[in-house]
Design a protein around this ligand. Sequence first.
Ligand code: SF4
Ligand code: SF4
Ligand code: SF4
Length: 317
Amino acid sequence: MDIKRRNFLKIAAGGGLLLAGGVPAMAREPKKLSPEAVGMLYDATACIGCRACQTACKQHNEMPVEHSTPNSVWDDPVDLSSKTLNIIKVYATGTALNKDSETDGYSFIKRHCMHCVDPACVSACPVSALKKHAQTGVVSYDKGACIGCRYCQLACPYNIPKFEFDKPFPQIRKCQLCDHRFKDNKYSACCEFCPTGASVFGKVSDLLAEAQKRLTLKPGEYYNYPVAHIKSAQVSYRPVAKYLPRIYGEKEGGGSQVLMLAAVPFEKLGMPALDEKSDAAFSENIQHTVYKGMIGPGVLLAGLLFAAYKNTNKSDE
Ligand code: SF4
Ligand code: SF4
Ligand code: SF4
């Protein structure tokens, strides 16, 4: 049976209700974006696919190189992994000669954590190893609290958290918006080192205003694209592409702190088509119901002990 990721928790809800003795799991109200929330705007039409962001991400997060093709000597990840937190992918069709075109064209797309406004990974984690910062909204990970259940992987609608299967003491790895750099007045390395302004960092409210403004520009008209930071004086002056009238992340999955613009439909670029409501409100109640008073794990442990006791008795006989 093909069980889709987003249906898993709904199916698990049934089990949760049984485990918790029939306590109903009601969805809570969706969470709202903090006015201080920070994030980034990725504009696929401004991206030249140089992958400076990918390299900067590795360097500033001390991530190892990844050899995905035989005998490769450089970092060549094919997707996000426990070694790669940020990747530039390419959509290509037909002759692939025209940038940002659905016909005989190509487009880049940048993939990493979206820092959801109401993150399903946070809601699904039974031990609060994933947390959303109250002011910045950054979704960060605490390896000390993690029990390796990987519920976050199942819950994330963007397939972002990755598990270190190759390590004796594995962790979940995902982009944390370079929040370790904030204390030094720095921000996301992928934005700082993006030469074109395709990835810019800033307050989500400013990023959204910038994205809305870009959608009002005429294709071909010249525009000063801010580089690195939305408030930066450094700009890249160049013609505007023909945007699709959509800001991905404004509403998808309850909204995210990473916003995107493109000229090719996002679904073609590999972004999921999500409802405007986050699944987090639902999954959180399931987790709180199942784990309330550790009823679920308690029932599971009792079952395992009973099975072990029966097997021991059988072998004694
Ligand atoms: S994209 Fe996935 S991992 Fe990132 S905050 Fe959203 S649910 Fe969590
Ligand atoms: S914000 Fe930092 S961790 Fe996240 S993709 Fe950019 S460089 Fe990598
Ligand atoms: S550094 Fe900027 S232009 Fe280069 S691939 Fe990354 S987002 Fe695109």
